[in-house]
Write a protein of this length. Structure first.
Length: 278
């Protein structure tokens, strides 16, 4: 049950999960969870086009069987949102990490800061061991200083669990939270969210900047629902940095078609950068 309005900032939650007081807040918006137009049934949370036979419930109601693992949504429910207010404190020098980047890592890190500043959408191709997490730190630090909301996401739970303490320790003064299906920590509004791609189904125009790790890995690769979740979780015009160590054929095809701007960072070379518009 959501009792404090901050738990709704930038999220999309089933109306059943709200306390009566929260429902009465004038800034809270409601939209149908399942949309039916001209006989076509679509889930507003995961964007799945639903087969009537499979989605049907008694009394002409329908539910989404695609994103049911995030809690059942049906035609009797609404998705409830509160526009993300960026209600974060001003933090001087947010980065506690005192390590040193190599020249090449620093060049890559500078590129990432620019990507965040301009809210661009880039793919960073960094081989395993290139130190990509540390390369993110200057950009995260910049984003925190601007009071932006930051999402760091991976399709893999183990990656999120491994990443969370490193981010916490690098940004001790900044609020952060880890979200995944088995997380026991209660949800709290935080400036840095580290979560699985599935958890993004509960966010709506929340993040000013996002990092999506392991974009070529199951279950993210080729999964329309999770790609939609990313686009829905980032603010309109927000920046996204996609990370990969081993781009698969589909990703290479997108790079060739210049669907992504690309930054390549290997041990000894960097930087290719497409600069086409969004
Ligand atoms: Zn759905």
């Amino acid at each position: 049950m959501i009792n404090h309005i901050s738990e709704l900032f930038g999220r999309q939650i089933n109306s059943l999960e709200l306390s009566p007081t929260i429902k009465q807040n004038p800034m809270v918006t409601f939209r149908p969870a399942i949309i039916i137009t001209k006989g076509k049934i679509c889930c507003a949370r995961c964007h799945a086009k639903l087969k009537p036979v499979e989605a049907r419930l008694p009394y002409h109601h329908y539910y989404c069987y695609v994103c049911i693992q995030m809690g059942r949504m049906d035609t009797r429910h609404s998705l409830v949102t509160f526009p993300e207010p960026n209600k974060f404190p001003v933090i001087e020098s947010p980065m506690s990490w005192q390590g040193q980047l190599t020249d090449l890592q620093q060049q890559c890190a500078n590129q990432i800061v620019k990507i965040f500043e301009k809210r661009q959408r880039h793919l960073l191709w960094a081989v395993t061991g290139a130190g990509k997490t540390e390369m993110l730190f200057p950009a995260i630090s910049w984003a925190v200083s601007q009071r932006l909301r930051i999402g760091i996401v991976s399709p893999r739970v183990d990656v999120c669990i491994e990443l969370f303490p490193r981010i916490q320790s690098a940004f001790k003064k900044v609020s952060s939270i880890l979200l995944h299906g088995k997380a026991e920590q209660p949800y709290q509004y935080s400036q840095i969210t580290i979560c699985t791609t599935h958890q993004l189904l509960r966010f709506y125009h929340a993040f000013d900047v996002m990092v999506i790790d392991e974009v070529d890995v199951f279950p993210f690769s080729g999964n329309d629902m999770l790609h939609y979740a990313v686009q829905n979780a980032v603010k309109l015009g927000g920046g996204i940095l996609y990370l990969t160590a081993t781009p698969d054929d589909a990703l290479m095809h997108k790079i060739k078609r210049k669907k992504y701007r690309l930054v390549i960072c290997r041990f000894d070379t960097m930087v290719t950068c497409y600069q086409q518009s969004k």
